[in-house]
Design a protein around this ligand. Structure first.
Ligand code: AMP
Length: 540
């Protein structure tokens, strides 16, 4: 017997329609790439998304066509999200920080028919265009007055939008249909496409808003620093209209001073980004002696958030850190670190240790850890193994079947090594390929990096395994000092004593000016292994 409830497909267009109807005067504020601030409302955004949808139809864009974006977080990118998915086309966000060859590969692999880009990326687009034969047009996301000189025959975004009426009804789309596409920034091999659906996107947006996840509400002012080209800014452009939160888009300026200015002028309550971004912001805040007026929560994920950063935000500035974990293949949210009521009475040190974990699993994601044979390990917070996930917003296959069937018995292997406890708190000990195997035991590079950055003279740190004749591998610490700091190798190694097991203490330290990062801000360990993998450890 079937239930007798309406069969309303979960469509992305429902989000912007809802925001327009019931939060129509809520603002969306953008720092424009061309300079200046742009300010309008959800109703305006909905109207312009419909104009853009009509413009796309006039360009011959049909449902299932892929359209690329090379763009910052702006109101125009927001309109593109809803216009493209709204007519059944696929919004393919491209990470402009990838190498041009990778971008060319991605554009061609996705068969993008048009690419929308911010002015910043014109030189990149001019380089790509001759190699992207399938692209019928390149659309500069600006107005007529700012249209650049170019060897390419560019289309102008504002002319496209303004040249069309807003008269249209969003079509009803099969909720399983593809809505957006994002390629993983793997450190080896070609990037692989993760193809989200309307259904997965809406369910993820619901999940993200839950009080024990990001706890988004109509009273929030959300500034996503995490780019809209990195797993759809962790779904915030969908979650914000779902609850009617005000949105603030920082455009191309992600330095501490520019962000702080927006935080204060727009009264931002919630932000989200990778640890590297917050490093820049905290440096600015500290050096200027300023404080956050309205910021209450900040979501930190994408790579392990150093405990020292959590403490600075919470103890020095009264901003709650929501340490979160996820991946492109998971839309991305899997865990968010929020306490249960009994944790509130725990002693401070224990609560802090709990908060350093990647968080508690949210409904919609099921999670387990397994050993090398695939057998489930106990959820005791001690045993660690390969982290497996499943659920309605988790990838079951990559675009065009690339890489074959990724699942194992219906579970997606995350490539992370983790512990899990009865409450669903998960802690990543490492990427499986970054774990340091010393004398048959595992050493967590993340733990060592977190310890190193707790030293006041350390700006950033990475730990890799280096070949050792007796122990197989031993940890090598690679450090960027704070400007002007002179901390020595000996002092740093002494700092580890009492903080980690004795046999975990790195064998050596190398000081460098900067560490390499991937296009999404993660430490590029493959490059570090290339550069320092043959480092001669003392005594070998
Ligand atoms: P991406 O798909 O590029 O977002 O990368 C996903 C990977 O980033 C995960 O599998 C983790 O290895 C890593 N990651 C994401 N969030 C965290 C976190 N909070 N702590 C540690 N690693 C993280």
């Amino acid at each position: 017997m079937q239930g007798l409830m309406m069969n309303a497909p979960l469509n992305i267009s429902a989000l912007i329609r809802h925001a327009d109807r019931f939060h129509g005067d809520t603002e969306i504020v953008t720092r424009l790439v061309e300079g200046g601030i742009h300010r309008y409302t959800y109703s305006d955004a909905h109207r312009r998304s419909r104009q853009l949808a009509n413009a796309l139809a006039s360009l011959g864009v049909k449902s299932t066509d892929r359209i690329g974006t090379l763009a910052w977080n702006t109101h125009r990118h927001f309109e593109i999200y809803f216009a493209m998915s709204g007519i059944g086309a696929v919004c393919h966000t491209i990470n402009p920080r990838l190498f041009p060859e990778q971008i060319t590969y991605i554009v061609n692999h996705a068969d993008d028919s048009y690419v929308f880009f911010d002015l910043t990326f014109l030189p990149l687009v001019e380089k790509l265009a001759p190699h992207c034969r399938g692209v019928k047009g390149w659309v500069a996301m600006t107005d007529k007055a700012h249209m650049p000189e170019s060897s390419l025959d560019l289309l102008c975004y504002e002319q496209l939008v303004n040249g069309h009426s807003d008269h249209m009804e969003w079509p009803e789309i099969d909720e399983g249909a593809a809505s957006s596409l994002c390629y993983t920034s793997g450190t080896t091999g070609n990037p692989k496409g993760v193809l989200y659906s309307h259904r997965s996107t809406l369910l993820h947006a619901f999940g993200a808003c839950l009080p024990d996840a990001l706890g988004l509400s109509a009273r929030d002012v959300v500034l996503p620093v995490v780019p809209m080209f990195h797993v759809n800014a962790w779904g915030l452009p969908y979650s914000a209209p779902l609850v009617g939160a005000k949105l603030v888009f920082p455009g191309a300026q992600l330095d501490g001073a520019s962000l702080m200015e927006l935080f204060e002028s727009e009264k931002v309550t919630l932000s989200a980004g990778v640890p590297t971004i917050w490093l820049g912001l905290l440096n600015h805040v500290k050096s200027q002696g300023v404080r956050f007026g309205t910021l209450k929560r900040t979501v930190i994920g994408g790579s392990a958030c150093p405990p020292a950063m959590i403490r600075t935000f919470e103890d020095d500035y009264g901003v709650q850190v929501l340490h979160a974990w996820g991946m492109t293949e998971m839309s991305p949210l899997g865990t968010v670190n929020t306490f249960k009521s009994r944790h509130l009475d725990w002693p401070e040190a224990e609560r802090q240790a709990l908060q350093n974990k990647q968080g508690r699993v949210i409904f919609g994601v099921d999670m387990k850890i397994v050993d090398d044979e695939g057998l489930e390990l106990p959820r005791d917070g001690q045993a660690y193994g390969d982290l497996m996930v499943r659920g309605p917003w988790i990838c079951r296959e990559y675009f065009k079947g690339e890489g074959g069937d990724p699942l194992r018995d219906g579970w997606f292997p995350t490539g992370d090594v983790a512990t899990l406890d009865q409450d669903g708190f998960m802690q990543i000990t490492d990427r499986s390929k970054d774990v340091i195997k010393s004398g048959g035991e595992w050493i967590s590079s993340i733990d060592l990096e977190n310890t190193a950055v707790a030293h006041p003279d350390v700006h950033e740190a990475a730990v890799i395994g280096v070949a050792h004749p007796k122990w197989d591998e031993r940890p090598l610490l690679i450090v960027v000092r704070e400007p002007g700091a002179t901390v020595t190798r000996e002092a740093l190694l002494a700092f580890f004593e009492g903080r980690v097991a004795k046999w975990w203490i790195p064998d050596d330290v190398v000081f460098v000016d900067a560490l390499p990062h991937t296009a999404t801000g993660k430490l590029l360990k493959t490059k570090l292994r290339e550069d320092f993998g043959r480092h001669k450890l003392p005594g070998t």
